[in-house]
Write a protein that binds this ligand. Structure first.
Ligand code: HEC
Length: 151
């Protein structure tokens, strides 16, 4: 085979492998999906903690830091859901109710959080607004945990 043709075949094969992988390879194993979503939740929780500390006056209010945390929570709160791969209910997962059987309820609670984190970004520029919105956001976290998360 002329070398150019050989290179073309090699490129073709590589592309085929890459395409085949993208269909199902966001997570190689269920365990990776569980790690991924728990990591996203851990980050959100850390930044909710920072905002809560400012809201309660345990830390001085810093508008820039508050805005950064709120933006981060808003972005990271979009990440966990694709990692609820069907069947990933073991490997360290801590699930109470079944997010796949109750997919509609689970999705509504995600949408509630998305709405609240949107408002959190807005509210982060003002301490009084932040106080209220940290509470409302925390309530959206809790509503889902009460049903779906095993403590
Ligand atoms: C739509 C449902 C839902 C919402 C909303 C939600 N969570 Fe969770 N959260 C879960 C589920 C389900 C788990 C358990 C995941 C698992 O173990 O596989 C979890 C787990 C966690 C964990 C434990 C992670 C670990 O390492 O085990 C933390 C911390 C957490 N969530 C924080 C938050 C915070 C903070 C918010 C709001 C900003 C939030 N969650 C909003 C469903 C939700």
């Amino acid at each position: 085979m002329p070398s150019k043709a050989r290179i073309a075949v090699a490129i073709g094969c590589t592309a085929a492998v890459l395409l085949a992988n993208t269909a199902f390879a966001q997570f190689r194993k269920n365990e990776d999906a569980v790690d991924y979503r728990q990591s996203a939740f851990t980050l959100m929780s850390n930044h909710m903690g920072r905002l809560a500390a400012m809201a309660k006056g345990e830390q001085p209010y810093d508008a820039e830091a508050a805005k950064q945390s709120a933006r981060l929570i808003h972005v990271v709160s979009q990440l966990p859901w694709e990692a609820f791969v069907p069947g990933s209910d073991k490997d360290g997962a801590r699930l109470k109710d079944d997010p796949w059987a109750k997919a509609d309820e689970f999705r509504k609670l995600q949408e509630r959080l998305a709405g609240e984190t949107d408002k959190l970004v807005e509210a982060s520029g003002d301490l009084d607004a932040l106080r209220k919105q940290v509470g409302a956001t925390g309530a959206a976290c809790k509503a889902c945990h009460d049903q779906f998360r095993k403590i």
